[in-house]
Ligand binder design. Structure first.
Ligand SMILES: Nc1nc2c(c(=O)[nH]1)N[C@H]1C(S)=C(S)[C@@H](COP(=O)(O)O)O[C@H]1N2
Ligand SMILES: [Mo]
Length: 256
């Protein structure tokens, strides 16, 4: 393994040095995570175009059938946010919840759960892969993020979608957050999920709304989403790496 990785990296460095980067397009076996940030610098420099040049993303994540559903969908990370405002919303069945969508958009808007449910929806049975080594297949229903984006109309300079969550992660109250680029934001399987396995989304899995980003690992799929912001750069958010776990050293693009 180690030798293999090493020679792959040597090959890549040579390829970059000789300017033959184009040859890498379509080379499926390359792992972006191993070498890419080291060679090119911060994750944010990985523009959409470069990502596609180096390793085109698969069009759609695999979808499964009811027969494939895991007996139960476990919870990971926060299972009940220790946040008084969130607890107040939960106590009232999230009737007063409003998903705030703003930033670089023509028409900032706030969506109630009823409002989200009245928009077109998508249902998908997909496999969730956590970086910690477990997977689960669940059935998700929600509003495609593209539908919400069409309502708020991102400005041309908007490059990323940032999700702000309700759960504090440490003593200082650092809130969980995540970000994706417009390619994943507009992807048909990227939904703001409010149902899991035909039930209202449980608090343990991110109620009232959590995002599904099916081509990436579990930590990208922010739970307890309170706000969504369109931005040109995430350098000034949190520690600047694009997400709570990214700020601790995880990859920003967590492709499966
Ligand atoms: N707000 C928030 N979102 C989060 C997390 C979290 O702790 N807080 N954990 C992440 C991780 S690591 C995983 S694997 C999934 C777990 O989702 P689940 O609880 O529905 O299994 O949510 C992700 N989204
Ligand atoms: Mo995870």
């Amino acid at each position: 393994m180690t030798t293999n990785k090493h020679s792959r990296r040597t090959f890549l460095l040579r390829a970059l040095a000789s300017g033959s980067v184009l040859l890498l397009a379509g080379c499926e076996r390359l792992s972006r995570s191993e070498w890419f940030p080291k060679v090119l610098g911060s994750a944010e420099k990985l523009t959409q175009a470069t990502q596609h040049l180096i390793a085109p993303r698969k069009a759609m994540a695999q979808e499964f059938t009811e027969a494939d559903l895991s007996p139960q969908f476990r919870s990971n990370g926060t299972s009940n946010p220790e946040n008084p405002q969130y607890q107040a919303l939960a106590a009232n069945g999230f009737a007063d919840y409003r998903l705030q969508v703003g930033g670089l958009v023509a028409h900032p808007a706030a969506f109630s759960l009823t409002g989200l449910r009245s928009l077109p929806s998508r249902t998908q049975i997909t496999r969730h892969d956590c970086v910690e080594g477990w997977s689960a297949i669940g059935k998700w229903k929600g509003t495609p993020l593209s539908v919400v984006l069409d309502q708020v109309q991102p400005k041309p300079e908007a490059r990323y979608v940032v999700f702000y969550c309700a759960d504090p992660m440490d003593e200082q109250g650092t809130l969980y957050y995540e970000s994706i680029d417009m390619d994943d934001a507009r992807h048909p399987q990227t939904i703001l999920a409010y149902e899991l396995n035909d039930q209202t989304l449980p608090i343990a899995n991110g109620a009232p709304v959590r995002v599904r980003i099916e081509r990436q690992l579990g930590y990208k799929m922010a739970k307890y989403i309170m706000g969504i912001q369109l931005v040109n750069s995430f350098a000034d958010i949190g520690d600047g790496k694009g997400g709570y776990w990214e700020d601790q050293g995880y990859e920003w693009y967590a492709g499966i």
